[in-house]
Design a protein around this ligand. Structure first.
Ligand SMILES: O=C(O)CCC(=O)C(=O)O
Ligand SMILES: [Fe+2]
Length: 239
């Protein structure tokens, strides 16, 4: 098994990026040993960003400003609120150094996020985020300082496929570095993730995805990635 894993890893192209991931919320899940001491404002900035009232405002802003009138309605759904209780948040900071062979490397290879919603900031206003659709890649032309809202796998499952998760990747630049920060809004570890009753009813009473514990979902997400598979395909009942 170790050998086949090694072969798979050898076949994989590495991402041209330095990444730093930490659990930002809930408080008790933080492992402060790994939190940088510099800059000194780091911790208070994350605290301010993750504080519950602020998060609520961000979610409101994100959901209301989107063109999906029913997203917020869905998020308020009782089961959904329970699933996201405590609103676990992961934070990843990505640094993409310049690469002279930018046309043949990727900062981050194509993926979907294993979250409900991701809020992404292109920190130094350097574009690079690309969205995949119908076999083509489209550059995201975000306003400076804007948060980009990315639908993750979990929202696709909960909405029974009404909201599709977004396949995306990050390109690098030949002479300029790029930075981004992604906050992943996740269900609780003990949550069971499956289509919610309301969207199933709307869709004719048929669930399109299997229900699965969130921890098992995460295991599948990572092993599917190593096998070059799509984790949602594994859960999709129609396939
Ligand atoms: O850097 C980007 O634009 C994308 C980052 C991303 O997709 C991620 O961190 O999951
Ligand atoms: Fe992502």
């Amino acid at each position: 098994m170790a050998r086949s894993l090694l072969c798979q890893i050898e076949k994989q192209k590495l991402d041209w990026a330095d990444m730093f991931y930490l659990v930002a919320w809930p408080n008790e899940a933080r492992d402060l040993r790994f939190w940088p001491a510099h800059p000194p404002s780091f911790r208070t900035s994350i605290d301010r960003y993750s504080s519950p009232p602020r998060r609520r405002r961000k979610w409101h802003a994100a959901c209301w400003s989107s063109s999906w009138p029913r997203t917020w309605e869905l998020i308020r759904h009782h089961c959904m609120l329970q699933m996201f209780q405590g609103q676990p948040q992961g934070l990843r900071m990505n640094h993409y150094p310049p690469c002279r062979q930018a046309n043949i490397v990727l900062g981050m290879s194509p993926h979907t996020d294993a979250a409900g919603l991701t809020l992404l900031l292109q920190v130094n206003d350097m574009p690079g985020l690309q969205i995949g659709r119908d076999g083509k890649w489209f550059a995201v032309d975000a306003l400076d300082g804007a948060l980009v809202l990315i639908v993750g796998d979990i929202l696709e499952i909960l909405s029974n496929g009404k909201y599709r998760c977004v396949v995306h990747q990050a390109a690098v630049h030949p002479s300029r570095e790029r930075m981004s920060a992604a906050v992943f809004h996740r269900p609780c570890l003990g949550a069971v993730v499956g289509p919610l009753p309301e969207p199933v009813k709307d869709g004719g009473g048929r669930a399109r995805y299997r229900s699965i514990g969130y921890l098992d979902f995460m295991k599948r997400y990572f092993s599917a990635k190593l096998d070059g598979l799509n984790d949602l395909d594994i859960l999709n009942i129609d396939l």
